[in-house]
Design a protein around this ligand. Structure first.
Ligand code: HEC
Ligand code: HEC
Length: 503
């Protein structure tokens, strides 16, 4: 609503909202006088101002850029969001120094282009150990009241981040018992000395494991996905954003016939949701009838789901309903990656559970005693199956998968092509002017192109990629390509200068 002008709000009050031929909000043109409608507009504005003041008081001044219709996530009181923490968290999330043998980072198993999954059925740790379950999408994880596939006690991103770092069964990043080594490693990196100090300005000793997890969690809370073609369609921005087939699939998804929406409901297409002002959040886990083997347990021993935490027999095989946003890019599916394609996931539900005919896992999942009552066989002809698939595919949010704010900040920028600029500049940032898209630098001579510009006089440059400007801070040593454009000098592919040379 903040983006609407008063006249637009007035128009909505007057005419109501019509969506897909359904009157979703009544028109007030006959019920209220013109003056009353204008008074209402002003009142709604006031209301929003008060609400916003409360939000800022609770959440801090962080600019969320929430997708339209998304509420504010809850943020722990001892870790308010700041852009400095988010920035540090991004560097840490993508840093292989976080694994003992420096081969893996969080992003090894949580890759942006796959909505922060990794295409594997099961996670593969830094020492080659296989995780019993698959990496989960981190899209909208800020709203998840319980984390990981089946742990009802894992409630906060800050504590969850400790598991991949320090967990020993299985080993993921494998730094258990090596806290000091890890912190020393980080301390030794020039850019971290700046980022940690900026993110935790009150701390005499900002390098701590608690701060590492606070920063990573802050970054994770920014991973918001709400801009798929389905969202465009649903908000009424573009009725043609999804195909007719996907629209029929939507109706099936939200029908009592398939029951999908019971467990994958809400704006994140998961079950339980948590957000600012939500009140009590119940966490739910369900058995969908994937297995029904004979023997002590109906599910494979290494993946008993909620049972592992409650030891209750009827909790065997109960898992969290994962988000269906970006589902087309997060296969293979289910907690153990045991279903390869979305077509097969639909078949699994259509038959009210999966039947495995032979081998140690043989059994008819539809007969699993702990199965949810919402998973029951239903009819679905080929066209309807195609419709359901089209709907699921309309949940892919390309901007989320490619948003540079979520991408690897360490990546050596694409090599500066000789054609574009043969000149490389080594320098130190003196000041950053975000509004102007520029930065000033002290710099060494760029032979054949620019004379040295040592302290105290800095030279101003335009920055080709404005996203990069946010990462620049005074004092940072950088290397960049430099070229001339009209009367401006332009920097491109700016990255930390690790050469240790002096300007
Ligand atoms: C070796 C692969 C691997 C690495 C490395 C890894 N993860 Fe994961 N991640 C997983 C797996 C597997 C799960 C599911 C865990 C489970 O159910 O027990 C998971 C689950 C999660 C979840 C829960 C998501 C949800 O929707 O509930 C979060 C959050 C997460 N990881 C964050 C991280 C962070 C932060 C790091 C780095 C500190 C990291 N992961 C490193 C494999 C990995
Ligand atoms: C009773 C609740 C429930 C219902 C009803 C339900 N699901 Fe699920 N869904 C889950 C749970 C729980 C999982 C994870 C199960 C597991 O890993 O063992 C899941 C997993 C999935 C996955 C794989 C997600 C991933 O990231 O691996 C897809 C796709 C899916 N469901 C789609 C659907 C569709 C389509 C329907 C309707 C036909 C549906 N679900 C109905 C609870 C449900």
């Amino acid at each position: 609503m903040e983006s609407m002008r008063d006249g637009e709000i007035y128009w909505v009050v007057t005419h109501g909202i019509l969506h897909n031929d359904k009157q979703q909000m009544p028109a007030f043109d006959t019920r209220l006088t013109e003056t009353q409608r204008w008074e209402l507009v002003l009142w709604v504005r006031e209301l929003r101002k008060k609400q916003k003041a409360v939000e800022i008081a609770t959440l801090g001044p962080y600019e969320w850029n929430l997708p339209a219709g998304f509420p504010f996530p809850n943020v722990p009181k001892d870790n308010p969001m700041t852009k400095e923490k988010v920035e540090l968290g991004r560097y840490l999330f993508y840093d292989t120094r976080l694994s003992l043998n420096q081969t893996q980072s969080c992003a090894t198993c949580h890759r942006q282009e796959k909505a922060f999954t990794d295409g594997r059925a099961r996670g593969l740790g830094s020492t080659g150990q296989l995780h019993p379950r698959g990496p989960m999408s981190l899209a909208n994880v800020a709203y998840s009241p319980a984390l990981t596939w089946a742990n009802p006690n894992m409630r906060q991103l800050e504590s969850q981040a400790l598991v991949p770092m320090f967990g020993e069964t299985p080993v993921e990043l494998g730094v258990s018992g090596k806290e000091d080594l890890l912190l020393n490693r980080l301390r030794g990196v020039a850019i971290y000395r700046k980022l940690f100090a900026a993110a935790f300005p009150g701390d005499a000793q900002p390098f701590s494991i608690a701060n590492v997890t606070k920063a990573i969690a802050s970054f994770e809370r920014t991973l918001l996905s709400g801009d798929s073609p389905y969202d465009d369609y649903q908000r009424g921005d573009n009725v043609n954003a999804i195909s007719e087939s996907a629209k029929r699939g939507e109706a099936l998804f939200f029908s009592e016939r398939t029951e999908c929406f019971h467990c994958h409901g809400g704006f994140t297409f998961t079950g339980a949701l948590d957000y600012l002002g939500k009140g009590i959040t119940e966490v739910e886990f369900h058995n969908t009838g994937l297995y029904n083997r004979t023997g002590e347990f109906s599910y494979p021993k290494n993946n008993l789901g909620l049972y592992e935490f409650t030891q209750q027999k009827d909790d065997v095989g109960k898992f969290k309903a994962p988000t269906l946003r970006n589902i087309a890019v997060t296969g293979p599916y289910m907690h153990d990656g045991s279903i390869a394609t979305l077509e097969d996931v639909i078949s699994h539900y259509k038959s009210g559970g999966r039947t495995i005919r032979s081998g140690p896992l043989a059994g008819d999942g539809s007969q699993n005693p702990a199965k949810s009552e919402f998973v029951k066989a239903f009819d679905l002809n080929d066209q309807e199956k195609a419709d359901m698939l089209a709907f699921l595919r309309s949940l892919t949010d390309k901007s989320f998968l490619t948003n540079p704010r979520f991408a690897n900040p360490w990546q050596p920028a694409p090599a500066i092509t000789k054609k574009e600029s043969p000149y490389v500049l080594h320098g130190e940032i003196a000041a950053v002017y975000v509004e102007d898209g520029s930065a000033s630098l002290y710099h060494a001579e760029v032979p054949g192109f620019l004379a040295a510009m040592p302290r105290p006089t800095a030279m101003e440059f335009q920055v080709a990629d404005r996203q990069q400007l946010r990462l620049l801070k005074p004092g940072m040593k950088v290397v960049a390509g430099v070229r001339r454009q009209g009367s401006d000098y332009v920097l491109e592919n700016i990255r930390p200068d690790k050469s240790g040379r002096r300007q």
